[in-house]
Design a protein around this ligand. Structure first.
Ligand SMILES: *Cc1c(COP(=O)(O)O)cnc(C)c1O
Length: 379
């Protein structure tokens, strides 16, 4: 056992999350802890909720950070919106769609799965056919930005299909929020959850969620209590809700919330559209550099996420050795392939504060060294 404090090594985080956290956000998280029922903290909670409504582009009253990582927000949404015996249609085109299926089944609900190839967007036609064939479907769930593959699906079209077929929509926007347009109200999405550690560039551990009135009504009209006490939104609402009826539910992660708040202020200073533009522009710059050293993308160009770039590993290159060299020799973390893509692809994130011209340059230079190509080829 060591008695020394832990000092993390300097890293440029260019994987599937977490992304680098700006100093201002780290400093905010280091401010003194106060009581989570302190009137000053309650006022602060209201500000956090307002900022989340702003970033989600919604006026949904029930908008709050779930105390837990993105997976907690995901599970909380399913646990609240589904009851045992309900039918949910799940779009599966990567790891996170598969995780959704497992959550639905654990609730005792029935999952109808619409599969698409890993590396492709969800096909709206297949979803429409499945909704038409399964009129009892109560919830359509899909991943807007599949971080396991780098594919972007059409949230607006999928939410409209759910509405047209009389079911609620649930959108995973863990990786999309802050990186590409997410329009909860304009698209008519009923429920969405995100995470702090991807394009928001706050430390991991919180999951912003937002629910429409129709989704809240669904929860209020449940015949059975939510199986998880901790995740029961009817209880959490009394804690995060306004109108002075706030009561103890659990102890909010006070300092993590300071960090989220500061990261949202930074995003406001930059402007949401400007942040989307930065991700789009720098992913094009990265693409030019990577294609120049002979790397190929997994996802067709019109379905690609700017913030998560999935490249095929050249046959002559060893996956693990390449990533280890990037980390140890260059201080850069990128992501490995998952599931059927393990060993076949690298995932290069350009998320939030990690999405900088300097990151693109460092990453392309390091990759060309790792691929044993002359650096001039990338200049
Ligand atoms: C990262 C991620 C999650 C899970 O978030 P955690 O904070 O790791 O629990 C869920 N969905 C998508 C699309 C993600 O990228």
């Amino acid at each position: 056992m060591s008695d020394k404090s832990f000092h993390p090594p300097p890293r440029l985080l260019m994987g599937p999350g977490p992304s680098n956290v700006p100093q201002r956000v780290l400093d905010a998280g280091a401010r003194p802890t106060i009581g989570h029922l302190d009137p000053a903290f309650m006022e602060f909670m209201d500000e956090v909720k307002d900022l989340l409504r702003w970033v989600f582009r919604t006026s949904n009253d029930l908008t709050m950070p779930v105390s837990g990582p993105g997976t907690a927000g995901m599970e909380a949404c399913f646990a609240n919106l589904l009851e045992p015996g309900d039918t949910a249609l799940i779009c599966r085109n990567g790891v996170f769609g598969q995780r959704m299926v497992e959550m639905v089944e654990r609730i005792g609900a029935h999952a109808i799965v619409v599969d698409d190839e890993w590396g492709r967007a969800v096909d709206p036609q297949k979803v429409e056919d499945a909704l038409a064939a399964n009129p009892a479907t109560k919830l359509l769930a899909f991943v807007h930005a599949e971080t396991s593959t780098g594919a972007q699906s059409d949230g607006e079209t999928l939410a409209a299909l759910a509405r047209a077929h009389g079911c609620l929509s649930l959108m995973d926007c863990v990786t999309s929020l802050g990186g590409i347009p997410v329009e909860i109200d304009a698209w008519g999405v009923d429920a969405a959850y995100s995470g702090t550690q991807k394009c928001l560039s706050a430390p991991p551990g919180l999951s912003p969620v937002t629910l429409s009135e129709a989704a809240v009504t669904r929860i209020r009209e449940r015949r059975t209590p939510v199986q998880s006490w901790f995740m029961d939104f009817r209880l959490v609402m009394n804690y995060w809700g306004s109108e002075g009826r706030r009561s103890y539910h659990h102890t909010a992660p006070v300092n993590a919330l300071y960090g989220l708040h500061e990261s949202l202020l930074l995003l406001r200073e930059e402007g949401l559209e400007a942040a989307w533009q930065r991700h789009a522009t720098l992913s094009r710059v990265l693409r030019g550099r990577l294609e120049a050293i002979g790397l190929e993308y997994l996802v067709p160009v019109e379905e690609r996420l700017p913030q998560l770039n999935t490249l095929r590993i050249p046959a002559a290159v060893d996956d693990a050795a390449g990533r280890l060299s990037l980390l140890q020799d260059h201080g850069i973390e990128i992501g490995a392939g998952l599931g059927p893509l393990a060993g076949l692809v690298w995932r290069i994130g350009l998320m939030g504060d990690s999405c900088r011209q300097s990151s693109v340059d460092r990453c392309a230079d390091a990759l060309s060294a790792v691929l044993k190509l002359p650096a001039e080829a990338t200049a």
